[in-house]
Design a protein around this ligand. Sequence first.
Ligand code: ADP
Length: 230
Amino acid sequence: MTPPKIKIESLDFYYNNHQILSNINETIPENAITSIIGPSGAGKSTFLSLFNRLWETTPGARVEGRVLARFHHSFMDINTPKFSVTQLRRAVGMVFQMPNPLPMSIFNNVAFPLKLAGIKEKEAVQNRVTAAIKACGLWPEVKDRLEKKATTLSGGQQQRLCMARALVMEPEILLLDEPTSSLDPRSGAMIEELMVDLKQRCTLIMVSHQPDQVEKIADHIIDFTPGPES
Ligand code: ADP
């Protein structure tokens, strides 16, 4: 197993008075695919939201315990105030269950995070967008239509575009919430291959409801299936 990228220590999570996660202690290995499994409502998406602090947008949500991530050699608690959400979300990308392209061109979708980060130099933007689209295996399919609306792409292409948009910031961690469940089997298989390729450059954490997918690509599994005593 590769060294840890994230350590979760004595973690409890609440939505108001409703405790969703209790005393979680887990390690997420770096440059590997960790799969989060368990029945609906078990807290998988909530667990995923810990790593980019997406949970903070929910009123009444509260975390106790620590989420330590290793950026620049040392572990840091990502919930400490000195770690800004903006800084965190540059290092932690996310891909959702349904492809969610922005209402703009294919090129501008992938360039958008660079624009938000204030990266304007035309050649740098061009190079990074091209590299991210190529990394997602989408280049041959879109290179002649980069100015067309992203919504003209198929569902599978849109999901790979969303992955390119997440990768353009060169994140160290990529979160994926059931990334293939809305796709046909062939598009799903392409995304799975892509995830395996991406291990070389980042740490992937994926919620999945598909046992065959977990068996095929996961290096490490965190199971939220309640035990017989709960
Ligand atoms: P899973 O991803 O395993 O289906 P979730 O993390 O989405 O589980 O949800 C875990 C529990 O938290 C469920 O009981 C759900 O109803 C509750 N929950 C999820 N999001 C919210 C929210 N924004 N406010 C209150 N409760 C929520």
